[in-house]
Design a protein around this ligand. Sequence first.
Ligand SMILES: CCCCCCCCCC(=O)SCCNC(=O)CCNC(=O)[C@H](O)C(C)(C)COP(=O)(O)OP(=O)(O)OC[C@H]1O[C@@H](n2cnc3c(N)ncnc32)[C@H](O)[C@@H]1OP(=O)(O)O
Length: 172
Amino acid sequence: MKHAFVPPADLEPLQRHPKAAAPGHHIDLHHSTCFGCGDDVPLGLHLKVIAGDGLTVSADMPVASWMQGGPGVIHGGVLSAAFDEVMGTSPLLIGSAVVTAHLEIDFAEPIPLGSTLHFDARILGRQRRKVYIASVAHIGDPERPVASAHSIFVTIDVKEHFAEHYDKRVIL
Ligand SMILES: CCCCCCCCCC(=O)SCCNC(=O)CCNC(=O)[C@H](O)C(C)(C)COP(=O)(O)OP(=O)(O)OC[C@H]1O[C@@H](n2cnc3c(N)ncnc32)[C@H](O)[C@@H]1OP(=O)(O)O
């Protein structure tokens, strides 16, 4: 797939954290009202991110009618949110909490409603607090990606980062 993102050549390689979810197990990172993964939001993506081998994760997402953008196909923003969630969950494999700093999406093909998107993501490495992650998505044929994403996530101290906004959180 064509893309313009060039990760730094000198990325520090990373090791899987000893307490990371085992391959095949769900990574339960966020909270029940997270738009990306929460069970308690009626119109959320409800993504279940699964740990893979090494520094990889995967997830499946049925493309529902409410995700429509162009007629009969997924909205690009919904697809971007799904990539954000899948990639943003993966740093738990290295024991880090992160937020998105930079997210690039390449849209290769229209993605029809009713299909199931399969996401694979891989942590490429770290440069100081920046964690570089790449992801691809297909709808049945892994040799024919329909979209891909490249991102920079930045590690945070969760309590400190969200302190100012925590009291405005929504509990359903
Ligand atoms: C686990 C907790 C729950 C997490 C939920 C995850 C849900 C899914 C993921 C998301 O959607 S997160 C929500 C969307 N993202 C945000 O709300 C983040 C908003 N941005 C910020 O809070 C700050 O800009 C950020 C924490 C990313 C960075 O601010 P800091 O002051 O902590 O760090 P700094 O500005 O020094 O940047 C650290 C490094 O990142 C680099 N950087 C920052 N923004 C960048 C950017 N936009 N593009 C590229 N690099 C960037 C910056 O240049 C620097 O690189 P160097 O080490 O090389 O100097």
